[in-house]
Design a protein around this ligand. Sequence first.
Ligand code: NAD
Ligand code: TYD
Length: 333
Amino acid sequence: MRILVTGGAGFIGSAYVRLVLDERPEDEIVVLDKLTYAGRRENLDEVADRIDFLEGAIEDRDAVRGAMAGCQAVVNFAAESHVDRSIADADAFARTHLIGTSVLLEAAREHRVSRYLQVSTDEVYGSIASGSFIEESPLNPSSPYSATKAAGDLLASAHFHTYGTQALICRGSNNYGPRQYPEKLIPLCVLNALAGDPLPVYGDGRQVRNWLYVEDFARAIDLVLREGVAGEVYNVGGPDEEENLTVIRRILELTGRDESLIEHVPDRLGHDRRYSLSSGKVRALGWEPLTHFAEGLERTVSWYRDNEPWWEPIRSGEYRAYYERQYGRALAS
Ligand code: NAD
Ligand code: TYD
């Protein structure tokens, strides 16, 4: 199978590309990626000579048509992925998630691709105080990020119903692991702890996230692409739910730092309190998460400790300006 992977230079997309090439060497991969601040060619270094890499945006019809030619499947990871950036400015989110997804789906129809998988998020359901969301739960997104992701999901469903496009949707919970851009809670806190910078906790830090190791999500996506029923949604939740403060304390332990680095900062606007997914449907296809949070976090911290050449250019580039805007203070180092 020749698969178009959009957003393949990002955190989860690059893990997916590595997984497919490892487990299905007969498959061919084309990556289409705009290389935004979050997209990095280095994420694909290990497999550079085994893929076709095209730099381009999913909202660019010609780039998409060229990239999709000869492909039987499409997996759409391309996204603006950070909630805080969507609160500051949502334009790029609307462009990529609405227009980009629409362009991809139109091209998938034209090229009659056999499978189209839309990678989505638990955040489209909004916050849940107790229990877990199932695939039939109503969409109730709270941030511009999740609202525009929900729009992408609805477009994929509409193409299934209207044109019979073999579209599927995978909604994952919070991912973590190697190569995640350090704007997200875990890599941000790991790098700050390693550098001795404060760890910013939004509000009371008692918000709960359902943590999913990136390789477990990549395996679920591949299974749903190949075995899922077209037109269906599959929730993919991690095995553990943790409060943010618990995650932060564990990072401090693993980096040998003490709690004096914890700094409570003003809460995120519209902050969702808790996410939780029920994953019975994808488990019925044969998936289960292999990495528990304690082990995955240890592996993640070790990876960042051992891979300074990956993150040093980020911490010394545009990220410094982002950090100052977002946290109202400079990184100390
Ligand atoms: P990321 O920010 O690390 O990577 C996104 C990639 O998409 C980058 O390589 C970027 O250059 C590329 N991109 C952005 N806009 C593009 C455009 N218009 N055209 C082409 N490429 C573009 O994000 P991630 O964490 O790897 O997330 C991947 C997908 O998984 C997203 O769809 C996200 O919504 C979804 N998701 C993420 C999480 C999570 O916890 N990170 C959880 C569930 C679902
Ligand atoms: P994040 O990694 O941005 O993922 P999401 O918003 O998609 O869940 O944030 C995870 C949780 O950590 C969320 O409750 C917000 C919180 N958080 C902080 O407390 N401080 C931070 O600096 C960041 C980035 C997030």
